[in-house]
Design a protein around this ligand. Structure first.
Ligand code: HEC
Ligand code: HEC
Ligand code: HEC
Ligand code: HEC
Ligand code: HEC
Length: 478
């Protein structure tokens, strides 16, 4: 025999394990799937290792479908062999389990090598799949309409660089498993369109804030007072500009003073309360500090059902640390202070609010009609201004559309104020759910409502707050 003729014979010999393992259609399909997935994996390895996905759909293909194909293939091979076990035996297909038999040794060697290769591929695939499911792109964009409101608000928040899972899952194996289980259920709900609109809040069984927030925010650390300058624009022709200046008594921590954090979360302080499911109505509050116990109740507290008791944590005030939906008035004030809406257009504030409060079917309609309404007002009522300030009017209506599409999501039934923010007391009851002067303990003591215990009101809607000049801030603060 010449070496040339020997070549195909030897190749066939080496390939023979594959022939044994795929001598039936089921196993054959398995071999094809595994091989195809492995080849794809090899080519995509650089992308997989970097954990990238150019868009959510390729993300699903890469991190979820590819591993599924691979594992399905691996399962099909033994399944096929098992199904055709009898025929095998009859045909003497598989070599006898005899280590002396070179065919059997070759089969064993082949299986050992393939098992090793498959383990490498499988662990890499599972690792990147899990990693991907924890990514912001998966949570925020894959189920795009569902999470769109939360994702949009998140991108504009101080936490836009913090991953969804840092707050929603946090470290530790048991929450990881819980979240993957509920996540799997949510994928179903999305696929069959059975999820509630809007997504209800508060989230039941959200992981306690102390496990998540405190991995980054150390409660003993913060506590310095913080100056806040809040802009207001009136709904008159000149959009009269005023400012309030508050010194927030954040307190607590190492810097002494009970302040806001210290009063509720200071060492040995525990506050518990009963509320309705939305945590809006709070008729019963228990305050414990060391041996001191005070129970505050509202007049009607006896008549309400015995709602669940909850221990107060970060989330009871910071329920919108990242999905902070704005109300139209503060949103427009902020945009005017920043100059995104020109503050010197006549009646800009009034018209901006009117345009934002319209009811629109979707973001497309909103964009068109908000522009129409805002621009239309100037072309109708102030034609001179309209001609002279075209660019400013354009820019302002652009900013209005941005405010609307960031805060209102008709497809998810998220309107202005759907998600209340518990910090403060102006747009929502917030702190005043408890600090309303109605919560009374034995002996007549109430939960305090002294303005200055939460913040020193240094100026209240003043045109030129003296305090800002004194602090040398007048130049900086417009
Ligand atoms: C800084 C922490 C934090 C981050 C980061 C975060 N969330 Fe949240 N999320 C919360 C809190 C707190 C709530 C409200 C809990 C409550 O009121 O019970 C919430 C609520 C939600 C809700 C329920 C609806 C609602 O608005 O109350 C959804 C859906 C949600 N988050 C999705 C996401 C997605 C998607 C991401 C990533 C793009 C993300 N979250 C990132 C803290 C966070
Ligand atoms: C993975 C780290 C991380 C986690 C977890 C986290 N945060 Fe933050 N948080 C940050 C960073 C970073 C900032 C921005 C700091 C800055 O702007 O100086 C921030 C800012 C804040 C601010 C200040 C916002 C402002 O107006 O200046 C608040 C309030 C806050 N976080 C509350 C929370 C709450 C409540 C939770 C838990 C639900 C939480 N954070 C979870 C990292 C985190
Ligand atoms: C009783 C309500 C309440 C609770 C409970 C609470 N906070 Fe705050 N927190 C506030 C208020 C009010 C502010 C000031 C907001 C402002 O400046 O407008 C604040 C400010 C902050 C800031 C910004 C501080 C700064 O100097 O910029 C961070 C960070 C923060 N809180 C994190 C937390 C964390 C983490 C927890 C839980 C351990 C927590 N808070 C619990 C009410 C609360
Ligand atoms: C669940 C009820 C509840 C909510 C909501 C709440 N507090 Fe309190 N707060 C209390 C209780 C109870 C005390 C302690 C009363 C006492 O000393 O007996 C307290 C005390 C305080 C104190 C100490 C001074 C004082 O008046 O006794 C400050 C400051 C304070 N809270 C600020 C806030 C701020 C700011 C918010 C909103 C961001 C807020 N609280 C929301 C229940 C609440
Ligand atoms: C229980 C604590 C608490 C009490 C009592 C309280 N406030 Fe506030 N107030 C807050 C917090 C917290 C904010 C900040 C909200 C934010 O971060 O935007 C705020 C915000 C404000 C603002 C700015 C809001 C804006 O849009 O202009 C004003 C003005 C104000 N408070 C006035 C008062 C006055 C006047 C009183 C007394 C009748 C009072 N507050 C009592 C906690 C309190």
């Amino acid at each position: 025999m010449s070496p040339k003729q020997a070549q195909p014979a030897r190749l066939r010999l080496w390939l023979s394990p594959i022939a044994y393992l795929s001598n039936n259609p089921v196993s054959m399909a398995g071999v094809v799937l595994v091989t195809a997935a492995a080849i794809f994996w090899l080519f995509l390895l650089p992308v997989l290792i970097r954990g990238e996905a150019p868009n959510p759909y390729t993300g699903i293909l890469l991190y979820l479908v590819l591993p599924a194909v691979f594992f399905a293939g691996l399962l099909l091979i033994p399944l096929g062999l098992r199904l055709t076990r009898k025929r095998h035996a009859a045909e003497g297909g598989l070599p006898p389990a005899d280590l002396q038999d070179p065919r059997f040794r070759r089969l064993l060697g082949f299986l050992a090598v393939m098992t090793f290769v498959n383990l490498v591929i499988a662990s890499q695939l599972s690792f990147s799949a899990v990693h991907y499911m924890d990514s912001v792109s998966f949570c925020g964009q894959t189920c795009h309409t569902v999470m769109q409101p939360e994702f949009a608000a998140y991108q504009n928040s101080p936490h836009s660089r913090v991953s969804c899972t840092a707050c929603h899952i946090g470290p530790g194996a048991s929450w990881f498993v819980k979240s993957k289980l509920s996540g799997a259920w949510q994928v179903f709900a999305t696929a069959f369109d059975t999820f509630p609109r809007p997504i209800p809040t508060p989230i039941e069984n959200l992981r306690p804030a102390r496990d998540t927030c405190e991995t980054c925010h150390w409660p003993q650390k913060f506590g310095a007072d913080r100056l806040r300058i809040i802009h207001h624009f009136a709904e008159d022709q000149t959009n009269t500009h005023t400012r309030s200046v508050l010194l927030m008594r954040i307190g607590g921590g190492l810097h002494g003073g009970p302040g806001i954090h210290g009063a509720h979360l200071g060492e040995d302080v525990v506050i518990r309360y009963r509320s309705d499911a939305k945590r809006e109505t709070i008729p019963w509050v228990e305050y414990r500090r060391g041996d001191t116990v005070r129970v505050y109740q509202t007049a009607g507290a006896g008549q309400v059902p015995l709602w669940e008791v909850r221990e107060m944590d970060c989330m009871d005030c910071h329920n919108r640390p990242t999905h902070a939906f704005q109300m139209p008035d503060p949103a427009v004030n902020e945009a005017m202070a920043a100059g995104r809406i020109a503050p010197d257009l006549p009646f800009a504030k009034r018209q901006a609010l009117a345009a934002l409060k319209g009811v629109y079917r979707d973001h497309g309609e909103a964009a068109a009609r908000i522009r129409q309404e805002f621009d239309g007002f100037y072309s109708r009522e102030f034609p001179d201004v309209f001609k002279a300030r075209q660019a400013d009017i354009e820019r302002s209506s652009e900013a209005l559309v941005a405010i609307y599409t960031r805060n209102v999501f008709p497809s998810m039934k998220v309107a202005w104020g759907t998600y209340p923010n518990h910090i403060g007391h102006n747009d929502f009851p917030g702190c005043f759910r408890c600090h309303d002067g109605e919560h009374t303990a034995e002996g007549g003591r109430t939960i305090g409502q002294d303005c200055n215990s939460c913040h020193q009101v240094l100026a209240m809607e003043e045109a030129a707050p003296k305090i800002l000049t004194e602090l040398g801030l007048e130049e900086a603060a417009k």
